[in-house]
Design a protein around this ligand. Structure first.
Ligand SMILES: Cc1ncc(COP(=O)(O)O)c(C=O)c1O
Length: 409
């Protein structure tokens, strides 16, 4: 394999040139939203210059808008390995799309139905289901993660699942501690009892390949601002389900997917930017292999990030004042994303984040909406954790700089 083109990658992201007190900034805030490459900045401003309109007009700018939406949909279908382009639905963000879906799905739940959520998840994949279930007086069970590894164990799910289970809402990876979830095995269990599986892929999307067909899930949502694009949500479901299911829509809107699910006017500039984010990834693939495939891009991103994780965890093990929550064995990095929840002994997470911020190192502190996770770790009234989140534009030198800064805190 050719080595990862980190110099080229960093040149694409203008924000990475920022400095704080003349020290180059280090962006370790990716799990809260990544920076965008010049491809995206240009595509959004070009949209306003040449294509700004709405759908369905008989003139150039409207036709340009329709062309961009169609191409973005096709690119996202490739990104998620959807069978059909029409299976990709755009929306405001993952949270709003999930609230919409929870209301629609709840209509079909029998009074004896049960829903399973997890304590590993971001609240955007918990509250929509809890609220929908409450309206129907339906039981919600929580699949608890194991505290030692902050990971979900399928054995624990077996105790909760039954032929009453209508839905399992679960993340592909934790946005707080980085643990991955084995959706494929879970999907097989769910199928045996006829339960549907909703996957939150928001955190995982910038870190590796997503394949809805292999995952075997029924629904999946992600957000382009976590994978180098603008603030917009993306939802996937099987074409038959999107076609057959009745949703809340205005009368003149199309009754066919994806239009029937995309209520109101979409953020076309963000759709143009999302297409450009995927173009950027194609160019990245082309730098490491002879293809422009999104799979190849995400494979090379994953391999590069595994190296960053290994280095970070191996060095962190020598700092006794730092506690890592979740998978901390450098040999187990394949079971996680490069997102680390930490506490430094004697330093409140907000104070740690502020001190690091003054040194040009951007990390988030708190619970990141993973409220149940932070509570289960007993950290809710202690300010949660600091979150160090690497993505593929971070370097080995940046890993070393945060390690050094953590020592000095
Ligand atoms: C894992 C996860 N799920 C859901 C969300 C919510 O996404 P959105 O901001 O698109 O609603 C986030 C945002 O941080 C997240 O990290």
């Amino acid at each position: 394999m050719e080595s990862f083109p980190i110099t080229w990658v960093r040149e694409q992201f203008p924000a990475l040139r920022l400095s704080v007190d003349r020290v180059p900034a280090i962006f370790l805030d990716g799990p809260g939203g990544t920076q965008v490459p010049e491809f995206v900045i240009r595509a959004v401003s070009d949209y306003y210059r040449t294509s700004n309109s709405n759908l369905g007009g008989r003139f150039l700018t409207s036709q340009n808008t329709m062309d961009i939406v169609e191409r973005a949909r096709a690119a996202l279908a490739e990104f998620l390995n959807a069978k059909h382009t029409e299976e990709i639905v755009f929306g405001q963000n993952m949270t709003s799309l999930t609230f919409c879906l929870s209301r629609v799905l709840a209509k079909s739940w029998a009074p004896t139905a049960e829903v399973i959520v997890t304590s590993l998840d971001h609240d955007a994949n918990i509250s929509p289901w809890r609220l929908a279930a409450a309206e129907k007086n339906i039981t919600v069970k929580t699949w608890q993660f194991r505290k030692e590894t902050c990971s979900l164990d399928l054995e624990d799910l077996r105790m909760l699942i039954s032929n009453r289970t209508a839905l399992i809402a679960v993340t592909l990876a934790s946005n707080a501690v980085g643990s991955l979830v084995d959706i494929q095995s879970l999907g097989k269990l769910a199928k045996q009892v006829g339960a549907k599986v909703f996957v939150d892929a928001v955190h995982f999307a910038p870190h590796g390949k997503i394949d809805v067909q292999t995952l075997g899930c029924d629904f999946l949502a992600c957000s382009a601002y976590k994978f180098f694009g603008p603030h917009i949500g993306v939802f996937w479901a099987h074409q038959e389900w999107l076609t057959q299911t009745q949703n809340f829509k205005v009368r003149p809107a199309s009754d066919q997917p994806p239009g029937k699910w995309e209520t109101g006017t979409q953020s076309f500039e963000s759709i143009a930017g999302t297409l450009a984010a995927l173009d950027y990834l194609r160019n990245l693939a082309n730098r490491t292999s002879a293809t422009t495939s999104l799979d190849a891009a995400m494979d090379s991103v994953r391999r590069y990030e595994l190296g960053l994780s290994e280095r970070f965890l191996a060095s962190l093990a020598r700092n006794r004042r730092v506690k890592v929550y979740g998978i901390s064995d450098p040999k187990q990095v394949a079971r996680r994303t490069p997102t680390f929840a930490l506490r430094v002994e004697g330093v409140h997470p907000d104070v740690a984040a502020e001190k690091l911020g003054k040194r040009g190192i951007f990390v988030w502190s708190g619970h990141f909406y993973a409220v149940d996770l932070i509570e289960r770790l007993g950290l809710s009234d202690q300010g949660g954790v600091i979150r160090v989140g690497f993505v593929h534009y971070n370097t080995v030198e940046e890993v070393d700089r945060i390690l050094e800064a953590l020592k000095e805190l």
